[in-house]
Design a protein around this ligand. Structure first.
Ligand code: BGC
Ligand code: CA
Length: 186
């Protein structure tokens, strides 16, 4: 008889940041990418371009992360590719206008603009410098991915049981356990 017990700890892949029980990745690598290429990079890493379910998530991204980087234009998952003026998040999170943070006069669809970026334009005073703009999806930007946590440190306990009758015909049971660590985020 044998059995396996798995225990794991929620965690993010290296290079990703844990916040609000999600993993976040900020790519300011060159070359910058179109919205579609950025979304597909996020999907290859089990995520999507970032959605914001709460104002806290939205502001954490800008205040704690983007401000420290040189790049000023970042794709997020919001888009109205399917139906003009109907905005949806690429990961399926329902779009809540109360969580939106458009720049004044945006979205304006100025150049056939169906994808949304966070635009840090370093205005002074910086009132509108971390707000959203709809931009043509072919524009080249940095991007932010979001994904569920994975299991990083994961250990496996293997049980083996041996049972037999000894020379006096009494029942003997032996339990052997071994613990193995499985490394890597799934
Ligand atoms: C406009 C934005 C537009 C952007 C395109 C800006 O000058 O205000 O609405 O999306 O140009 O890069
Ligand atoms: Ca615009």
């Amino acid at each position: 008889m044998s059995g396996v017990l798995m225990s794991s700890q929620a965690d993010c892949p290296s290079g990703w940041v844990l916040n609000d029980n999600k993993c976040w990745f900020f790519s300011d690598l060159q070359p910058a990418l179109s919205w579609t290429a950025a979304e597909s990079m996020c999907q290859q890493n089990n995520g999507h371009l970032a959605s914001f379910a709460t104002v806290e998530e939205r502001d954490w991204v800008v205040d704690k992360n983007l401000k420290r980087k040189d790049l000023t234009r970042w794709w997020i998952g919001l888009n109205d590719i399917q139906v003009e003026e109907t905005f949806v998040w690429s990961d399926g999170t329902p779009y809540d206008p109360a969580v939106s943070n458009w720049k004044p006069l945006e979205p304006n669809n100025a150049y056939l603009e169906n994808c949304v970026e966070i635009w840090i334009d370093n205005d002074f005073p910086p009132v509108n410098d971390k707000q959203w703009n709809d931009r043509n999806c072919d524009g080249l930007n940095g991007y932010i991915c979001k994904r569920d946590t994975g299991t990083q440190s994961c250990s496996m306990t293997i049980f083996r049981h041996y049972a037999w009758l000894d020379w006096r015909n009494s029942f003997r049971l032996l339990q052997q356990t071994s613990v193995r660590d499985v490394i890597g985020v799934v």
